[in-house]
Design a protein around this ligand. Structure first.
Ligand code: ASP
Length: 333
């Protein structure tokens, strides 16, 4: 399927671009051009330019790298029909969420991919994933920020790494996949929606702390965070609640946190179906505190990153809450 399309490959590192080091570990070293040379059949699909933005293990990536990717897409947006970002798998779901908030309503696809094994491994999944990322990127129905891995195309706000070793490492959480590959045939499940013009955002405030509750946790962790963080994500149990309910020490600590003008968002440690704090008495009163929200069925990765994005847009708590509660790219039902 040769198309007239022009796609920009943005290489950022990850296992896909790794080689063994003298010390015995794997580290990114392979360039964007070498990646393309390993998949010669890509030349039959479309015109490709390649750019090496950095070469990092994605464990070391964060807001500064997300901003660099967004700037690269923005600066090249008019010149290309789509973008493929080669990326490490470990934090790919965070980057996919970040790009979903920072590049909204893109009719052109921004596709993240990577692999569990280096592209030079004999039994690698890298060539397969890279090829499929481009097949999706040039397909007529492609749009928005998506993650292509193994046989799946997943919305950037719904992707999660659910396996550390297998080739089918990513899942779409609580939402249908955008499309699936049956061998090399792309079967679309979600159609490109009508969209207003693309919008780029660059500002982020990374001062978001994720607190995973464990039974018996001390409440005095919360005041310790006040000098450093503007928002707290509390990964609670089940559909959600605070130990001790309204009379507990956690509640008092959270009340103090909220009175200082900060935000808190409740989510759950359970992998599927989200939270609903109104169900149990240990959760109900918490929702009454000013600045407290719940994440519904949003993924924890998306919750943390959406808060960074929303905090980056405004200093006003009410405005940040409004941005957080407005759905973006099917991140919440
Ligand atoms: N540590 C690697 C990374 O995230 C893992 C991978 O790419 O699969 O960069």
């Amino acid at each position: 399927m040769q198309t007239e399309k022009k796609i920009l490959l943005i290489a950022t590192g990850g296992t896909i671009a790794s080689r063994p080091t003298e010390q015995g570990g794997l580290a990114p070293a392979i360039t964007s051009e070498e990646l393309l040379n390993c998949v010669p059949e890509l030349a039959d699909l479309c015109h490709i330019d390649a750019l090496q933005l950095f070469n990092l293990d994605s464990t070391s990536m964060g807001p500064a790298q997300w901003q660099a990717i967004v700037r690269t897409v923005r600066d090249n947006y008019e010149s290309y029909d789509g973008f493929v970002v080669a990326h490490g798998t470990d934090t790919m779901a965070y980057t996919a969420a970040a790009l979903s908030y920072m590049i909204q309503n893109s009719a052109k696809p921004v596709v993240l991919t990577g692999s569990q094994k280096s592209i030079y491994n004999r039994d690698t999944d890298a060539r397969n994933n890279l090829y499929r990322a481009f097949v999706y990127a040039v397909s007529p129905d492609a749009w928005g920020v998506q993650l292509v891995f193994d046989s799946k195309v997943i919305l950037g706000t719904r992707a999660r790494k659910t396996r550390t070793r297998s080739f089918n490492a990513f899942s779409s959480i609580d939402y249908p996949e955008t499309a699936a590959f049956r061998d090399l045939r792309l079967v679309p499940f979600l159609r490109r929606p009508e969209m207003p013009p693309v919008q780029f955002y660059e500002r982020l405030d990374p001062n978001v702390f994720v607190l995973r509750l464990t039974p018996g946790m001390r409440a005095d962790i919360i005041p310790l965070l006040i000098p450093y963080y503007r928002a707290l994500v509390i990964e609670s149990f089940g559909v959600g609640g605070l130990p001790g309910g309204e009379r507990g020490e956690m509640f008092s600590a959270l009340q103090h946190w909220c009175r200082s003008g900060r935000l808190a968002v409740f989510t759950t440690q359970v992998p599927h179906e989200g939270c609903d704090m109104a169900v149990y008495e240990v959760g109900r009163a918490v929702l009454e505190l000013p600045g407290v929200m719940e994440a519904g069925d949003m993924m924890p990765e998306a919750v943390a990153v959406k808060l960074m994005w929303a905090l980056g847009q405004s200093a006003d708590r009410e405005k940040v809450m409004e941005l957080f509660e407005t759905p973006v790219q099917w991140d919440v039902e």
